[in-house]
Design a protein around this ligand. Structure first.
Ligand SMILES: NC(=O)c1ccc[n+]([C@@H]2O[C@H](COP(=O)([O-])OP(=O)(O)OC[C@H]3O[C@@H](n4cnc5c(N)ncnc54)[C@H](O)[C@@H]3O)[C@@H](O)[C@H]2O)c1
Length: 329
């Protein structure tokens, strides 16, 4: 760990994109706290990534658990540098066919979870090192570090951008340590998504909250806390692995299905140069923004995109069924 790279937290890092982002942060020299609602998955990721990586079971819907993770990384690393709100859930189908519990789950994990993580991180990043770093400072919730009580100390696109106006290189003037919050949103945060309406609503909320909070920070004169939102198209992670025969998720397959490593590349770029919004891939970001800006036209084009996504799903399903074939496109 260097003075320039201290503590980092990733939510939903037990698998998929979050696991790779945690690996990227560990590779950059951060002391990383891998968190996930799935304790076994969080532990496995941390074990795999090495001794500078610890883990905790954290349900992002619970602000107390989130704050405890925040306090723990500050104790372990002396300072919180990077917080990645990555945890997410996707259930497909028209909202009227979903149970109230499923709708609530998506809104709470994807939107409220992002709010909880962002607020917790800002609290630590506004503290000075003396006040909070490593000593169980004044804002500390007093947690012992392990939210599941199991004793798991962890041992152990520019075109999609809203325009980054001087969000790099500031030292800030608040006296706090500052830091960078990276929120994994989705193209579903920028455009309508038939079949994923509640998911899209939760991601629009995550994006709106993130950008509004960034504006609030700047209005408050706080320039050393950055917020970057990464908005990828469909990614071939466990979130989509069981959805090849699910018509509700067709739009996730209608563009160029991304490898998770491509999204980690985008995260690496914003870590080096914070940007309010980065769409992945860039061209697709432009396309969905245009569709969102012209809703009547955009809504007319959506059936074509759904049809294309269905064709891709069927092709991938056929490949998966063929002996010895992997279901890539
Ligand atoms: N896969 C895609 O097509 C895609 C596209 C755009 C954006 N995203 C977003 O990327 C992020 C990562 O998704 P992924 O594709 O790796 O999916 P994934 O399902 O593989 O991983 C999601 C992780 O979040 C965890 N999680 C779920 N509920 C949680 C909770 N309440 N508290 C803490 N952790 C919880 C899961 O246990 C899992 O480890 C999500 O925010 C997702 O919405 C995914």
């Amino acid at each position: 760990m260097t003075a320039a790279s201290a503590g980092a937290v990733v939510t939903g890092a037990g698998r998929g994109l979050g696991r790779l982002i945690a690996a990227e942060l560990a590779g950059r020299g951060h002391r990383v706290l891998v968190t996930d609602v799935d304790a076994d998955a969080a532990r496995a990721t941390a074990d795999e990534l090495g001794p500078q990586v610890s883990w905790a079971a954290v349900d992002v819907r619970d602000e107390t658990q989130v704050a405890a993770a925040r306090d723990r990384i500050v104790r372990e690393a002396g300072r919180l540098d990077v917080w990645v709100n990555n945890a997410g859930v996707l259930a497909t189908g028209p909202a009227w066919d979903q149970s109230a519990d499923v709708r609530r789950l998506m809104v709470e994990v994807n939107a409220l979870g992002t709010v909880n993580g962002t607020v917790a991180a800002i609290e630590a990043m506004r503290r000075s090192t003396d006040a909070g770093g490593g000593t169980g400072g004044t804002g500390d919730t007093g947690d012992t570090g392990d939210t599941d009580g199991t004793g798991g100390t962890g041992d152990t696109d520019g075109t999609g951008d809203t325009g980054d106006t001087g969000d790099t290189g500031d030292t800030g003037d608040t006296g706090g340590t500052g830091g960078h919050i990276v929120n994994v949103v989705s193209l579903a945060g920028l455009t309508p998504v038939p079949g994923e309406a509640v998911y899209a609503a939760s991601k629009h909320a995550a994006l709106g909250f993130s950008l509004s909070t960034l504006a609030d920070l700047r209005l408050a004169g706080i320039r050393n806390i950055r917020i970057s939102c990464v908005c990828p198209d469909g990614i071939w992670t466990p979130m989509l692995h069981d959805k090849l025969d699910d018509p509700g998720s067709a739009l996730s397959f209608s563009g160029r299905l991304l490898r998770p490593e491509e999204v980690v590349d985008a995260v690496r770029q914003v870590l080096d140069r914070p940007r309010p919004v980065t769409a992945v891939p860039r061209g697709r970001g432009l396309q969905v923004r245009l569709a969102a800006a012209l809703p009547s036209l955009g809504l007319r084009a959506l059936p074509l995109a759904v049809a294309r996504g269905r064709r891709v799903q069927r092709r991938m399903l056929a490949r998966r069924s063929a002996p010895g074939r992997r279901p890539n496109r």
